[in-house]
Design a protein around this ligand. Sequence first.
Ligand code: S3P
Length: 450
Amino acid sequence: MSGHGTPLPMTSSPCGPLVGEAQVPGDKSISHRALILGALSVGETRITGLLEGEDVLDTAKAMRAFGAEVIDHGGGAWSVHGVGVGGFAEPGKVIDCGNSGTGVRLIMGAMATSPITATFTGDASLNKRPMARVTDPLALFGAQAVGRSGGRLPMTIVGAADPLPVRYTVPVPSAQVKSAVLLAGLNAPGQTVVIEKEATRDHTERMLTGFGAELTVEDTDEGRVITLTGQPELAPQVIAVPRDPSSAAFPVCAALIVPGSDVLVPGIGLNPTRAGLFTTLREMGADLTYENPREEGGEPVADLRARYSPDMAGIEVPPARAASMIDEYPVLSVVAAHARGTTMMRGVTELRVKESDRIDAMATGLRACGVVVDEGEDWWSVTASGPGAVTGGATCESHLDHRIAMSFLVLGMAAQAPVTVDDGSPIATSFPIFESLMGTLGAKISRGSA
Ligand code: S3P
C-alpha cells in the first residue's frame, strides 16, 4: 500500500463481535524523534519497536541523506550512527517526506541552524499543508526559506551559518512547530526558549533530556516555557518505542461500537499529552479500562481493554483537551455516531490543516452514511440516537489521509450496510498492519468497492 500510486478502494462490512488481542505498531511521533535525535548524537543509538510505516521510513531515508548511518536490523530493531549536533551533511538530492508533516517540519528544524541547503517535497497532501508556521520561527535563527506560494512545499531551506538563539511563542497549538524550534535551537549558541500557551505532546522535550541536553520546563502565566541550552553533545541512547495510542484508538473504538466485542490492546503509551481520547470515551460511558499500568522507556504505558458499550452518551469535549487528542477526533466522531445525544467538539481549527481538512472529510462521509453532523470553522458536532442507526452504504473519500480512511472503515463495522473508502493506501503511512490486525479480531475488510 502506498499513498502515491493507484488508489486502493477498501470496504468494511458489518461484522460479528471483535475479540482478541490487538498488537498495534510503535508510536509514530516517538519513532520520528528517535531517528532524528539518533542522527544528531555521536555514536550508536539503538531503537526497538520502531514504527515501520511509510512516514517514518521517509524520515529514516532523510537521515541517511543528511549523513547518518541508519540500519534496519529487522523486526522493528534499528540503529542510527549519528553525526552529532551541527554535523549534518548537505543532501545530494531532494528530501521527499511523503505524507508526513511531522517528518518534514522536524527535519527542517534540525537542519536550519547548519550551513547547508536542502530542498523538501512531499505527496499531494503534504504539498498543500502550511509550512510558514515552521519557517517563520526558523527565520529568527537566520535560516532562509523559499517555497511555493502560501508557504507550501516544494521548499528550499538555506540553513543559518551563524545561528542566533531564539525566544519564540508558538502561535498555534502544535508539537511539530515547538519541536522544529527546539531542534533548531540545538545548534544555536546560548539558550533557545519556546513558549506554548497550551501544552502539546512533549516527546521532544522528554527525549532531548534523555539524550543529555540541558532542558528545563516551567509552567508560568505566559504558558509552558521550555528553555534549551544550545550546542550540547548528545549521547546515543537505547530507545524502546511504546505502542501508538493514536493507532490503538482504532481497535478500541471499533470494540466499543461492535456488539459483543472484547478487545485487549497491550502496551499503549498513555503520556497525558496524548491520552485525551481515552478520557473522553470513558466520560461518554465507554467500558474502557487501563490494566497493568507501568512505565516503559520514560513513558507511562498500560494495557487497554475495550468492550462493547451500548449506553454511551454524547458529551461536550473540553477544548483544553484538544491538543491531547488532536489526531483522534475523526474516530471519536465515529463513536459519537453510536452514542445517544450530541457530541460537541470545539476549539479544533487545527483539524482543518492536517493530512486533510479532517472536519470537512469526516462530515461529508458521515452525512453520506446517515449521520447528523453540524460544523463551523473551529467546531463540529455529531448527533445520534444510539447503537444501530448508522445506515452506511456509501463511498467516503479519504483525501490521502490515513486516519480518515481508518475511521470510515471502523464506521462500516457497525453500520447497517458496508462502507467503502475510495483510497485506503494512505493507511500504510502510520498503521501498515491495520487491515490484517482488524481481520484477526473479526472485522470484515476487503479490497475493492462494495
Ligand atoms: C505530531 C503533532 C501533531 C499531530 C501529528 C504528530 C508530532 O501535529 O497531529 O500527527 O509528532 O509532533 P501538530 O503539531 O501540527 O499539531
